[in-house]
Design a protein around this ligand. Sequence first.
Ligand code: MN
Length: 258
Amino acid sequence: VTTVGVLPPDVRYVDAHCHIDLFADPTATMRSAREQAIAIVAMTNTPSVFRRMEQLACEFDNVFCALGLHPELVAERHRELPLFNELAAETAFIGEIGMDGAKGRAELPRQRRALDEMLAACRPGRKHILSVHSRRASADILEAIAPGFPGIVILHWFSGSLAQAQVAAERGWFFSVNLAMTRSQSGKTLISRLPRDRVLTESDGPILLSEGRRGGPADVVSVVEYLGAAWGVGREEAREQVLHNFERCLRASHASAP
Ligand code: MN
C-alpha cells in the first residue's frame, strides 16, 4: 500500500473508486486486480475503517487507500470528523466524501458542514486527490468546492447536468466513469461531452449492477473498451489516455507533497 501515490511501472488500468473493504474477500479482489495490472483507489466510508483498509492493502503496491466519510453516513458518523482531521495529513487520497440529495434535501445542510470541515482538513501541506459523490447534489458540490480549491477533484459517477459538467471541467476537475454510465443514455451523453484528458475509470465495486452481478475492478477494462469506441481511437489508445490522466493527478499531488 502507498499513501504518496507511486504507480507501479507495469500498471495498465485504473479503478479510481472502489470499495475494496466491502468485498467478501478483499485480499482476493486486490490480488486479482494486481494480476490484471489494475491500480485501485480504495474508498473508505468512515474514518474509523481507514487503518483497517491500510492493513488489508499493506502487501499491494497497486492499492491507494483513501480516507472518507460517505455523505449518507454523515448523520450517523459525524463524531468521527476529528479522526478525519487527524488522518488527512497522512494520505494523499480522500474519498468517499461529498453530498447526496437522493433522499431529500433535509440532510444536506449537515452534509455540507461535514464536507466543509473535511475540505478544510485537506488544505495544509499537500494537494489531496478527492473522489467526490454528488448524487442529486451537483449544484451543492460546485458551490462547496470553490473554484480555487487547492486539491485534485474527481467527480465519481457524475449524474448532474451537462452544463454543470462543463463548469467542473473548466475548473480542471476530473470525472471517473463506470460500467453503469456506459449503459445509460444520460451516462453515454455525458461521456461524449467530457474532455478526454479529464476522464478516469472506476468500478464503484462491489455495488450490485443491473444484470445481477457485482461490480469489481476488472470492470474498468470494459469501460476502457467503451471509451475507445466512443472516442473512435481504439482500446489501447483509450487505455493510455486514462492511465496518463491518472498519472497527471498523482504528479499534481506529488508536486505539492511536504
Ligand atoms: Mn462509492
